[in-house]
Structure formats: structure tokens, C-alpha cells
Design a protein around this ligand. Structure first.
Ligand SMILES: [Zn+2]
Ligand SMILES: [Zn+2]
Length: 204
């Protein structure tokens, strides 16, 4: 198993490269299921639809969902945010079965060190490949702009795509395009993977 520092390095390399796959891509095994961690004050009313959409998109079944407090160890006081890399470490520690993936859903703002910024707020984050990812509703304009669920779903499918071996894609219609914080990049109810990314997921 890769150490956290190795995983972090791979994650950042994957963010920088504009190729279509990780060197060490992860296959979906028949034993891979999804465990969901709902962090405090995340609106769980969308959970049923989200589980169905994840299963439809990647064929991965959600086997558990549990509520947790945001870990205080991930809190970044200077910006009143939570560090996504630290949350991912926490999610890995929550995993019940070694072959499963863990998706964290939170309502607090989350950030990572990317785009030459020490602390850049993001919609979500996942390493490539990885075992856990996190999506936040904080930047998705939940109560002020229609289409919140679609945006959240697209962020979740994008981050799970990283975990499953996809890096950012140059095809602007592909779900794996780098959002770079732009809301327009995560809109679209029927967003799909491009042919190349889909082939990687299908193991072709
Ligand atoms: Zn991404
Ligand atoms: Zn693509």
C-alpha cells in the first residue's frame, strides 16, 4: 500500500498532467463497494438519488452510510476551512472493507494546495488512483441557484473517477475536465465520460 506521502505525490502529479490515465490505474473489482460518510450538516435528502446515480454510472453499489463529525485535525483555522487531503486520510481510516471506496460528503468549505496556491478552495478532491474522496456542497450554491443536485452529482462522479484511475481530461464535454473552480464546468444533467476515459474505466 502506498504511503500517504506517495499518494499525495501521485495525486498532485495527476492534477498536473493532462494525460488520460494514471500510471497505476485502479480497476473496479467485483468486490468494490462504496461506503459513504456524511459529515455534520450535509443535507442527506439527496442520498438515495446519489447512490442510484453512482451505481448507474460506475456500477458500484453503496453498502453503508454513516454520519460523522468533521475531524478537528483537518481544520485550517487561518481560512476557516477543512483540508481535503487530511479529510481523505480520515476517510481512509473509516473504511470497513479493504477493497471498498469511501466517499465523504460535507457542507463545510474544503481546500488543497493546487494551482500555485497554498490553500485553494475546491468543490471536491480525490487522489488518482485512490481509496477515498470528498465532495463539499459549500461552493455549489445549494439554496440560490437551481441545479444543485446535478452539480453535486457531477463533482462526486468526477472525484470517484480520480479514485478509479482517471486524471483530468482535455475534452471539455468530459466529466473529467478540470473545473478550476468554475461552476460552469460542473453543470449539465447528462454529463458523461469521453470515449477515452470510459475505455479506461471499462478496462479496455
Ligand atoms: Zn479533478
Ligand atoms: Zn475524458
Amino acid at each position: 500500500m502506498a504511503s500517504i506521502s506517495t499518494m499525495r505525490a501521485i495525486g498532485f502529479i495527476c492534477l498536473l498532467l493532462l494525460t488520460n490515465s494514471c500510471s497505476n490505474k485502479k480497476k473496479i473489482s467485483p468486490n468494490t463497494n462504496l461506503e459513504i460518510v456524511l459529515f455534520e450538516d450535509f443535507d442527506s435528502s439527496i442520498l438515495k438519488s446519489l447512490k442510484l446515480d453512482i451505481q448507474k454510472f460506475y456500477g458500484i453499489k453503496t453498502v453503508s452510510s454513516e454520519s460523522k463529525q468533521m475531524p478537528i485535525s483537518s481544520y485550517y483555522k487561518p481560512r476557516n476551512r477543512f483540508r481535503a487531503d487530511s479529510l481523505i486520510r480520515y476517510l481512509n481510516s473509516c473504511k470497513k472493507h479493504s477493497e471498498n471506496l469511501v466517499l465523504g460528503l460535507c457542507a463545510k468549505d474544503i481546500s488543497v494546495s493546487i494551482h500555485n496556491a497554498n490553500d485553494w478552495g475546491v468543490f471536491g478532491f480525490g487522489y488518482c488512483p485512490g481509496n477515498s474522496c470528498i465532495a463539499s456542497s459549500f461552493r455549489l450554491k445549494k439554496d440560490i441557484k437551481p441545479g444543485y443536485y446535478t452539480r453535486l452529482k457531477n463533482v462526486v462522479l468526477h472525484e470517484l473517477g480520480h479514485n478509479l484511475g482517471l486524471v483530468h481530461c482535455q475534452d471539455t464535454i468530459c466529466l473529467m475536465v478540470d473545473a478550476k473552480g468554475k461552476m460552469s464546468s460542473i453543470e449539465g444533467a447528462n454529463r458523461k465520460l469521453c470515449v477515452n476515459c470510459q475505455q479506461i474505466i471499462d478496462g479496455k
